[in-house]
Design a protein around this ligand. Structure first.
Ligand code: FDM
Ligand code: MG
Length: 215
């Protein structure tokens, strides 16, 4: 049976180095001659993504549950793209995914279960890497920008929800793939090496069907 591409997700707080590390990971794939595509959530280019973008920039207001569902819908509208890429053996690297969806909305006080529900059944990553950085250390990396959620207290709560998600995925005996915490306070070359060491065993393809999140 031919292998499908690996589905790799990189999560973390703002300023944890996700964009840098996903770009470096893509370069590693390219240097190894393995086809790979980098996706980013939210995908601000779609119609739904533009609504999310204006919410994040505070040029529009939305109910907390309404914006949560838009973030989820923004993933569902990309599912067929993800499935098609993986099926032809292309690696898919995602900068944020459903775990960000739960972490950010639950930290506003919406229940964890309610936040998870709309993402149940999405393609499950084969590997989720959480770039772990303290909100204090994140702040020293040039400070937060202007967008909604880029505040230390919010980031602290978000980090706590991420930890709960990680425990459930790794400790729950579920078929949701692996979750690994990486110390993102280290130098970027060191973090990159740790990321690649975890990804490399999957890089040339994965046996077996794509699993579904939380099913
Ligand atoms: N975010 C991101 C959410 O609140 N829910 C989601 O489902 C996703 C994918 O959007 F503050 C938040 C996280 C972050 C903001 O993300 C924009 P980027 O990575 O900073 O563009
Ligand atoms: Mg941001």
């Amino acid at each position: 049976m031919s292998k499908r591409g690996p589905f790799i997700v990189i999560e973390g707080l703002d300023r944890s180095g996700k964009s840098t590390q996903t770009a470096l990971l893509l370069a590693r794939f390219e240097a190894s001659g393995i086809p790979a595509k980098l996706l980013k959530f939210p995908d601000r280019t779609t119609a739904i993504g533009q609504m999310i973008d204006s919410y994040l920039k505070s040029t529009s207001e939305l109910d907390d549950r309404a914006i949560h569902l838009l973030f989820s819908a923004n993933r569902w509208e990309l599912v067929s793209t993800i499935e098609q890429l993986l099926a032809v053996g292309t690696a898919v690297i995602c900068d944020r995914y459903a775990f960000s969806g739960i972490a950010f909305s639950a930290s506003k006080g919406i229940s964890y279960e309610w936040c998870r529900a709309p993402d149940v059944g999405l393609p499950a990553p084969d590997l989720s890497l959480f770039l772990d950085i303290s909100p204090e250390a994140a702040k020293t990396r040039g400070g937060y920008g202007e967008e909604r959620y880029e505040k230390e207290e919010m980031q602290r709560r978000v980090g706590e929800v991420f930890r709960r998600i990680g425990k459930e995925i790794d400790g729950g005996g579920r078929e949701d793939g692996r979750w690994v915490n990486i110390d993102a306070g280290k130098e970027k070359e060191v973090v990159e090496g740790e990321v690649w060491a975890l990804v490399e065993p999957l890089a040339r393809g994965v046996e077996g069907p794509l699993r579904r999140l939380w099913t």
